[in-house]
Design a binder for this molecule. Structure first.
Ligand code: PA5
Length: 410
């Protein structure tokens, strides 16, 4: 049964149906079903079986599509206290993700690992880069090779290029990012599966969730088509700021994963020479009600606000002792009840202010629903690319940024 439900607000004008691109760049659709899935799961599980028993610290070095997926999985599926639990209380290693070149973060992460594991016998460094030549990844790797030289290194990369060559020369373990799977569509390849499996995440459930969503999207209740038509329809009517607001702190990084997918895939010059693409924004409920809601209510009506609601999960009773009669309404409520009331109130506040809304309701946060979420947005993005007449699979702006950075450093 589909554990994600979509509710849409005021509709935009109707858009033409699109032919889906099933060309060579769409191999990401094979990640959750068939021979490619089986090959990836076997390769990941084989490597995890050799490394996990002795591993206490797993350091992932990546950026963009090579790190946002595992950060989303970490935030959603590993307890937020995961890295603070003692080794015997965790179902896998501590997970550190370095996806920036802030010297303070890199050195404090390395110090933390070296304090815990001075000889680095229990430390795995996993370098993820499809091209193998991204500056930020290369910079962190250079420091890691010097500071963590006795750790075990793993490379997850494309089948040719600098990183695979270096890994092979140094007898590192390697996993391949399949051809035709771009960075931001790669979370369900070894890019996300290997670190997730190292930390005990059920990768079969992740892939099964994605497979089910994909099958559902081929049926008449294609929620990806409904979402894409809704969001792009509103974008062409100048509702170009599009917010994802989970009422669940653990889904914050999932929203940041979506930001990359939505902006890098859709922010393009389209086939008519027009610059298009909605601007995605992350907000977190209920916190950002006390930050952005005022703007959404009375600022420009140029937004679509999306909510993520989680039906079940941890909950806390508030009890019956309040500090004043004015807040007696909280008595005997649970924290989740209050959170749901806040979500419904914000939905009403913004839709009454001419900002259309959508809500995705997850029955609960688990590997299956997170897998569904990944597939849903990848399929939605592919359809949105067709509606906007852009190629969702290239990123000339990102490539230009990489080239200009290299020029500055020469
Ligand atoms: O989605 C993308 O293609 C990008 O965000 C890349 O993932 C990012 O630039 C890192 O590139 P690479 O994995 O080649 O090092």
């Amino acid at each position: 049964m589909n554990k994600i439900k979509l509710t849409l607000g005021a509709p935009p004008q109707q858009l033409d149906a699109v032919e889906l691109d099933t060309g060579k760049n769409e191999q990401w659709r094979d990640l959750w079903d068939g021979p490619l899935r089986n090959e990836n799961v076997t390769n990941v599980n084989d490597l995890v079986a050799t490394l996990r028993p002795e591993c206490k610290n797993l350091l992932v070095i990546g950026i963009g599509g090579s790190s946002l997926g595992i950060k989303a999985i970490q935030n959603a599926l590993l307890d937020s206290n995961w890295n603070f639990l003692p080794h015997d209380k965790r179902n896998g290693p501590r997970l550190f993700v370095l996806d920036n070149i802030d010297p303070a973060i890199t050195s404090s992460t390395f110090d933390l690992i070296k304090t815990d594991d001075p000889h680095l016998k229990h430390t795995v460094v996993c370098v993820i880069s499809k091209s193998g030549e991204t500056i930020e990844i290369a910079a962190n790797l250079m420091v890691a090779l010097r500071e963590l030289s006795t750790a075990t290194f793993v490379a997850i990369t494309g089948e040719s290029g600098s990183l695979i060559n270096f890994a092979n020369e140094n007898s590192w373990k390697t996993l391949l990012i399949p051809n035709g799977v771009g960075g931001r569509f790669s979370v369900l390849s070894p890019v996300g599966l290997f670190p997730a499996a190292m930390c005990g995440v059920d990768i079969v459930a992740l892939l099964d969730g994605a497979k089910q969503m994909s099958a559902d999207c081929e049926s008449t209740s294609n929620i990806a088509a409904a979402l894409a038509t809704y969001l792009i329809g509103h974008a062409v009517e100048n509702k170009t700021t599009q917010v994802m607001m989970p009422y669940c702190v653990g889904l914050t990084n999932l929203s940041h994963w979506w930001v990359q997918l939505w902006s890098e895939s859709l922010g393009k010059i389209n086939e008519h020479g027009v610059r298009v693409g909605p601007t995605p924004i992350v907000a977190v409920g209920a916190t950002d009600q006390h930050s952005m809601l005022q703007l959404w209510r009375e600022g420009p009506a140029d937004k679509v606000i999306g909510f993520i609601r989680v039906e079940r999960g941890d909950d806390i009773s508030l009890g019956d002792k309040t500090i004043s009669q004015n807040i007696n309404l909280l008595c005997n409520k649970t924290m989740r009840e209050v959170l749901h009331a806040e979500l419904e109130a914000t939905t009403q506040a913004v839709s009454d202010a001419a900002q259309p809304t959508w809500t995705l309701t997850l029955s609960q946060v688990d590997a299956h629903t997170i897998g569904q979420f990944f597939a849903l947005w990848e399929i939605t993005t592919a359809i949105a690319g067709g509606l906007l007449k852009v190629n969702p699979y290239d990123q000339p702006g990102v490539e230009l940024g990489k080239m200009l950075t290299a020029n500055k450093l020469r």
